[in-house]
Ligand binder design. Structure first.
Ligand SMILES: [Zn+2]
Length: 142
């Protein structure tokens, strides 16, 4: 079945879906950080690449990456329709993620990318530990 949208329209539609998906995963990470007593983060800080969470004092930036949009190695899937379009689009997303991470690291940030699927209960301990570790490291060197 052909896509009912033109590629441009599809892109606009999916951008909306993405922003909604992100909000849910961000809220999930907020819940985990609260549970684990992680404080000092801000949302929507004006930092290059728009990290989902920023610990400004420690210069730690956290992105919550959706498995589909950012190509999680465990859950990345390729839609059957418009394969070429999706392949190019998802490759661009991955490239942008790498560029943003590299630019932030060059500017002295520690960049953490947390997969959406790492927010499940069974992986929550490891995920929050990934955030706590660099925060403690940076606090120790201050
Ligand atoms: Zn995943």
């Amino acid at each position: 079945m052909a896509d009912v949208f033109t590629p441009a329209k599809r892109s606009a539609v999916m951008a909306l879906i993405r922003s909604r998906g992100n909000r849910a995963t961000e809220l999930r990470l907020i819940a985990l950080m609260r549970e684990h007593g992680i404080t000092g983060w801000r949302r929507n800080a004006r930092v290059f690449g728009k990290p989902d969470f920023v610990f400004r004092r420690e210069r730690v930036a956290v992105f919550v990456d959706g498995c589909f949009w950012h190509g999680c190695p465990r859950h990345a899937t390729m839609p059957a329709n418009n394969r070429a379009f999706w392949k190019a689009k998802l490759a661009r997303n991955a490239q942008r993620d790498r560029d943003v991470s590299r630019t932030l690291r060059k500017a002295g940030w520690i960049v953490l990318r947390v997969w959406e699927c790492a927010l499940v209960r069974s992986r929550a301990g490891r995920t929050t530990a990934r955030i706590v570790r660099p925060l403690e490291g940076r606090q120790a060197t201050r």
